[in-house]
Design a protein around this ligand. Structure first.
Ligand SMILES: Cc1ncc(COP(=O)(O)O)c(C=O)c1O
Length: 368
């Protein structure tokens, strides 16, 4: 069996180092907001090329705390609108909503899985104050075009970089350093994944960074003194220590993902299967390798019979989710079609060449 994602094998590589980190953790006795967190924050800021990194509880909170920080600084207010691509994970929409802002969805370009730039350029609503591009599947959003437009309209730009650790965007800058602020998730399946929940905000804005450092800790910079009405969302010491270990190999792991993606591209020749556009220059770190097929269920079943696991990202778009009925008036035929055809193929840094061969053979032998 080739699993869709073998998390155990990914983490087993670090078992010895994790055990040492745990020993240190027990000796030190710092559970929350200690040296492991500040060490990882320094390392991750340096890796992304930003001045600041603030570790938080998860990616959803990272997004939400950015918006809350901007509200405190008067750059956003309740009811302001935020533009999001309709084809994203539901957390992108939930963060906007939870921060008291209004998500405005835009149709996807099915070739890039990102904003349709014509639709984006045509937006003309003075209540829109921010743009939240998702680097979906690990592919950096078209930041140059986004930035030009945002400057023209005076929008804040916040990256949802939850799936794009290490991806390199315009001018050689990494995801996390391509906008006013960025949110990362360290959910275990991510390219940089913890052994539980985790997240971070990166930014070069000192005021926002300090505000979020307080907000994640009940709004407090000094114990029992609360400058803001805050939250409890701190990246814990153990997860920070594990992430610091894994960060050292992130570039190597991403390079392996890109090499696998390139093999899929070079060797899958099946007209029934649409592969994502080729992009091997480091601006796509293949968190997911998402193909499309008119009869997805049949392809999924064919691969399962060949012992190959797959997944779907995502079966239902945010505006068709039961829990987001306020968005049900939106109609996005391209986005909705994508959700019926996308299929995520096995992709991980621990896949062997033989496993990649087997996936390629099975894809090539698929007939509708
Ligand atoms: C694009 C995107 N944004 C936000 C999140 C939220 O991250 P978390 O699950 O850590 O809250 C995720 C996580 O899966 C994601 O994929």
């Amino acid at each position: 069996m080739i699993p869709y994602l073998d998390l155990n094998s990914i983490n087993k590589r670090y078992q010895g180092q994790f055990a040492e980190a745990f020993e240190k953790f027990m000796e030190r006795g710092q559970m929350i907001l200690g040296d492991s967190l500040s060490g990882f924050e320094k390392d991750y800021a340096q890796y992304c090329g930003t001045q600041y990194c603030i570790g938080v509880g998860n990616g959803l909170d990272a997004l939400r705390l950015i918006f809350e920080g901007y509200k405190i600084h008067g750059k956003l207010k309740d009811g302001d609108k935020v533009l999001i691509c309709a084809h994203s994970y539901v957390a992108t929409v939930l963060a906007v909503k939870q921060a008291g802002l209004v998500p405005v969805l835009l149709e996807v370009d099915p070739k890039t899985f990102n904003f349709d730039l014509d639709a984006l350029n045509a937006v003309n609503d003075p209540d829109i104050k921010a743009l939240l591009p998702t680097h979906l599947y690990g592919d950096v959003s078209p930041m140059e075009a986004i930035w030009v437009l945002a400057q023209e309209r005076g929008w804040l730009v916040i990256e949802d970089a939850a799936q794009a650790h290490g991806a390199v965007g315009v001018h050689g800058k990494r995801a996390g350093n391509l906008a006013h602020a960025a949110a990362f998730s360290f959910y275990p399946t991510k390219n940089l994944g913890a052994l539980g929940d985790g997240g971070a905000v990166t930014t070069n804005d000192p005021e926002l960074a300090q505000c979020i450092a307080y907000l994640r800790n009940y709004g407090s910079g000094q114990k029992y003194y609360n400058k803001y009405s805050g939250f409890n969302s701190r990246l814990d010491e153990l997860q920070a220590a594990f992430l610091a270990i894994k960060l050292k190999d992130l570039d190597r792991d991403n390079a392996r993902r890109i090499a696998i993606a390139q093999r899929y591209h070079d060797q899958v020749h099946n007209p029934k299967i649409v592969l994502p556009r080729p992009n091997f220059d480091g601006s796509h770190v293949y968190h997911l390798f998402v193909a499309q097929c008119e009869d997805r269920e049949k392809l999924k079943a064919h691969l399962a019979t060949a012992g190959i696991g797959t997944s779907i990202h995502y079966p239902v778009p945010p505006h068709r989710q039961e829990g987001l009925s306020e968005l049900s008036h939106f109609e996005f035929p391209k986005t909705e079609r994508l959700h019926e055809t996308v299929l995520s193929l096995p992709m991980s840094p621990v896949m062997t060449d033989q496993e990649v061969d087997r996936v390629i053979q099975a894809l090539n032998s698929f007939e509708l």
